[in-house]
Write a protein that binds this ligand. Structure first.
Ligand SMILES: Cc1ncc(C[n+]2csc(CCOP(=O)(O)OP(=O)(O)O)c2C)c(N)n1
Ligand SMILES: [Mg+2]
Length: 343
């Protein structure tokens, strides 16, 4: 298991990614950097479209990308991992295979939305081709579902490992205790990934709990818990890779990934009312997109020109997807009852 580390309050600017771990190819990093840039580009556009009245609501994953993609990279390398994301996991869903067009269709409520044909909250439900079993807006609901899924998979003789994602605020829900305790008793292969941005909407972590590290709670269930720097994709990858090995052989693991929420809670919130001045600006100095780009350049894996080309391509895909979704139709009212009682 990874050595316990607490997240960086490292000096800005000089901050670099952990060195490349063995087994990880340079092409993996370029691939994941490209996915991260695409996710960021879509996220920013969705926010702008909300302000234009074209997207009703969105929760941003800006600042959470390294945690989401680092864990996904470990999941994809393994090949037998299934995901239960939560509403802030846009980057995870895009990186897992949701296309820019599908993303925009969902946020604009168009019939081409692969999740619900534009009849549900954006990106809520299952995305089975991309190994996403369930996601809902109900805080912490995914934890009990994921533990049940892990038990079912074991009974079916599968060697599945289940990843369940949630925020720091979610840990105040009773279901988290039920899920972790049940997973521990049955030694289920579940990796609990807490994306700790230290806020539940406007409620800061110290008003939610006395403990400083959520990972410390794992001990009370009898399984390991670790706190890692969630702004460092490589560290998140390494921790998750080791957690997968542990989950298969011994049972659950709690990974607390310390992240930063760059935007307000959702497009309906204004965080200037409760975040201290300068906090977001300081958080942005640890931007995972910039950190990873710097590492790739420093390691001689990409040139600045290639980094710029990746950004330009992502922007073009976002532009094209926006145009296509804007021009497409909303669901027809005759389809209102489709998929309510069946697939
Ligand atoms: C059961 C339930 N209670 C309350 C809410 C309203 N709500 C939505 S998000 C949220 C805060 C969750 O914070 P956290 O788990 O830290 O996730 P973050 O948004 O910070 O990523 C709350 C209270 C909800 N959606 N579901
Ligand atoms: Mg939070």
């Amino acid at each position: 298991m990874p050595r316990k580390r607490t997240t960086g309050t490292q000096a800005s600017g000089a901050r670099s990614q952990s060195p490349l771990p063995k087994g990880l190819k340079k092409t993996d990093l370029v691939d994941y950097y490209t996915r991260m840039v695409q996710a960021r580009s879509l996220d920013e556009r969705i926010w702008a479209l909300n302000r234009q009245g074209k997207v009703p609501i969105a929760a941003s994953s800006q600042g959470h990308e390294a945690a989401q993609l680092g864990s996904l990279l470990a999941a994809e390398k393994d090949g037998d991992c299934f995901l239960f994301p939560y509403y802030r996991d846009l980057a995870l869903k895009v990186a897992a295979g949701l296309t820019p067009v599908q993303t925009m269709m969902s946020f604009m409520g168009k019939a081409g939305d692969p999740y619900s044909s534009g009849r549900q909250f954006p990106l809520q439900g299952a995305d089975l081709p991309n190994k996403i079993i369930q996601i809902s807006n109900v805080v912490a609901a995914g934890l009990t579902q994921s533990v049940g899924y892990a038990l079912g998979a074991r009974m079916a003789g599968e060697k599945t490992v289940v990843f369940t994602y949630f925020g720091d605020g979610a840990t105040s829900q009773g279901e988290v205790h039920e899920a972790m305790n049940f997973a521990a008793i049955h030694k289920l292969p579940v990796i609990f990934i807490c994306e700790n941005n230290r806020y539940a909407i406007s409620t800061p972590q110290h008003s939610q709990m006395v403990v400083e590290e959520i990972s410390s709670r794992a001990a009370s269930y009898g399984f390991p818990g670790f706190t890692v720097d969630g702004m460092d994709m490589i560290q998140c990858y390494e921790a998750t890779r080791e957690a997968i090995t542990h989950a298969r052989s011994q049972g659950p693991v709690l990974l607390e990934m310390m992240v930063e929420r760059f935007m307000s809670h959702t497009t309906d919130d204004d965080d200037r009312r409760y975040r201290p001045e300068g906090e977001v600006e300081r958080a942005r100095e640890k931007d995972p997109v910039i950190t990873l780009a710097r590492t790739l350049i420093e390691e001689g894996i990409l040139t600045q020109k290639q980094v710029d080309a990746i950004a330009a391509k992502a922007l073009k895909e976002t532009d094209d997807a926006t145009d296509l979704a804007e021009a497409s139709s909303p669901p027809h009212e005759s389809e209102l009852h489709n998929s309510v009682y069946g697939p």
